[in-house]
Design a protein. Structure first.
Length: 88
């Protein structure tokens, strides 16, 4: 199974909460990823490209699989930090 996603990675819950508020206020996921994500994918609007099931850490993959295309997750905690995930 091939998956595609974008994400925004931050260190603190208050940052993730602020990003959710900005999304609700109409900011685009891609612009927020470019401006705030700690991951190198931020320069690509958070795009992680295509990957197979089992390639991402379990909490990330579990949250991703619960999303419909273009849906954005709540805050997902992994050993890398806090993510907002958008399924493509």
């Amino acid at each position: 199974m091939k998956l595609k996603a974008k994400h925004i990675l931050v260190d603190h819950e208050y940052e993730a909460q602020d990003l959710l508020k900005k999304l609700n206020d109409g900011k685009t996921f891609e612009d927020l990823a470019k401006d705030f994500s700690l991951c190198s994918s931020g320069s690509r609007g958070g795009d992680l490209g295509e990957f197979s099931k089992g390639m991402m850490v379990p909490p990330f993959e579990k949250a991703l699989l619960l999303l419909k295309p273009d849906e954005i997750s709540g805050i997902v905690k992994t050993q890398f930090g806090l993510h907002l995930i958008k399924r493509l």
